[in-house]
Design a binder for this molecule. Structure first.
Ligand code: ADE
Length: 227
């Protein structure tokens, strides 16, 4: 997968791609990530990317021209499956959306700033708008990093154990069950004995029950129950 990220703050985003799973997926050649600074696509001496709102109102708006130039330049070089705009009023990111995007070849992610982008960007250049939750960040950069992490780990070959993403929370609309490792007893805090019973059908049953209980307590909305 190739990910092209359009931002005014590439320095805010680079380190998450230089560690752990994202770094490994890039080193293995499974993922390529490129940053594009919007200021390189401006046409005035001040390298302006924003201006005041027509009709009045507080806050600056990101202008259509630099964004259009940057996206068009990328699209002249290859075709893109998605042009994603990170914004608090987008579709809320969930595992289903992450699964869907992880199957794509080439994507562009545009990070918003200030009040957001000129509506014409959204109407003519963007294929999908994503929010990472109902709160407002200073810009789309951290949201874009979250999105990249969520999708990259799903690409086949990225995680060491290929099945491990399948047992994550949310893959079956349930949260994951509790997990334990050595020792069996730590200061009297014991691991449930079923887990070292060797009885795998019983272990599976226990995990299903626990996943259901955990979901009922923390996220009843996932079960379609009242919140
Ligand atoms: N930009 C600002 N807030 C955001 C959010 N919650 N999700 C995605 N992008 C954003």
């Amino acid at each position: 997968m190739r990910i092209d990220i359009i931002t005014v703050l590439p320095e805010l985003m680079k380190s998450p791609f230089e560690a752990s799973i994202m770094k490994r997926s890039i080193a293995a050649g499974i993922v390529q990530v490129y940053f594009h600074n919007l200021r390189d696509y401006t046409s005035d001496n001040y390298k302006s990317i924003d201006d005041t709102q027509y009709g009045g109102g507080a806050g600056m708006v990101m202008m259509v021209e630099p964004i259009d130039k940057c996206i068009r330049k990328l699209q002249e070089q290859r075709s893109y499956d998605e042009v994603i705009y990170m914004t608090p009023d987008g579709q809320t990111l969930n595992q289903g959306i992450a699964n869907h995007i992880s199957l794509k070849q080439n994507i562009i992610i545009l990070c918003g700033h200030y009040k957001g982008v000129d509506q014409r960007v959204r109407d003519h250049l963007i294929t999908r708008e994503i929010s990472i939750g109902d709160y407002v960040l200073s810009g789309g950069e951290l949201g874009a990093v979250v999105l990249c992490d969520a999708i990259v780990r799903l690409i086949p070959g990225v995680l060491g154990n290929e099945t491990s993403a399948l047992t994550d929370s949310f893959q079956d609309n349930l949260l994951a069950p509790p997990i334990y490792t050595k020792p069996r007893d730590y200061k009297g805090w014991k691991v449930p004995p079923v887990l070292f019973s060797g009885n795998f059908p019983e272990i599976e049953k226990w995990r299903d029950e626990q996943a259901f209980k955990h979901t009922k307590t923390n996220r009843p909305d996932l079960l379609g129950d009242d919140v």
